[in-house]
Ligand binder design. Structure first.
Ligand SMILES: [Ca+2]
Length: 125
């Protein structure tokens, strides 16, 4: 037995030791949730609302957004996640779209927002 250990490379023993320390130390997980109340917004027309919502959904909920990836990660002693709620995304989209900050999204503003969203998604392909 001693002969086997003596022949084992020092690197492998170090690796086993590090893994044992990580596996036995546990993992601290912390999550920060970023939330805010949903901003109220008016639309100049139903077409402006339709254009805005279609672009908003394309931006934040693209096709395949419901799919998930399975991955195996090495255990780390500390893990921190940031979770952003839908309201934060929605308010960001409204602030981006409402260029003159009057609380109403016009058809021109909705179209400009939709153009940036579609341009952004086209550049990713
Ligand atoms: Ca406006």
């Amino acid at each position: 037995m001693i002969r086997i250990i003596m022949k084992t490379p020092r690197f492998a023993l170090t690796l086993v030791f590090v893994f044992a320390v990580i596996a036995s130390s546990g993992c601290a997980t912390r999550a920060t949730v970023k939330d805010e109340s949903r901003q109220s917004v008016r639309f100049a027309s139903t077409e402006a609302a339709q254009t805005f919502y279609e672009a908003y959904l394309a931006r934040y909920y693209p096709p395949g957004a419901g799919s998930f990836t399975v991955a195996i990660y090495a255990p780390l002693p500390y893990h921190h996640r940031k979770i952003t709620t839908d309201n934060v995304f929605f308010n960001e989209a409204v602030r981006t779209t409402d260029k003159n900050s009057d609380g109403m999204i016009s058809e021109d503003e909705a179209s400009a927002y939709a153009a940036t969203v579609h341009q952004r998604s086209a550049s990713r392909k």
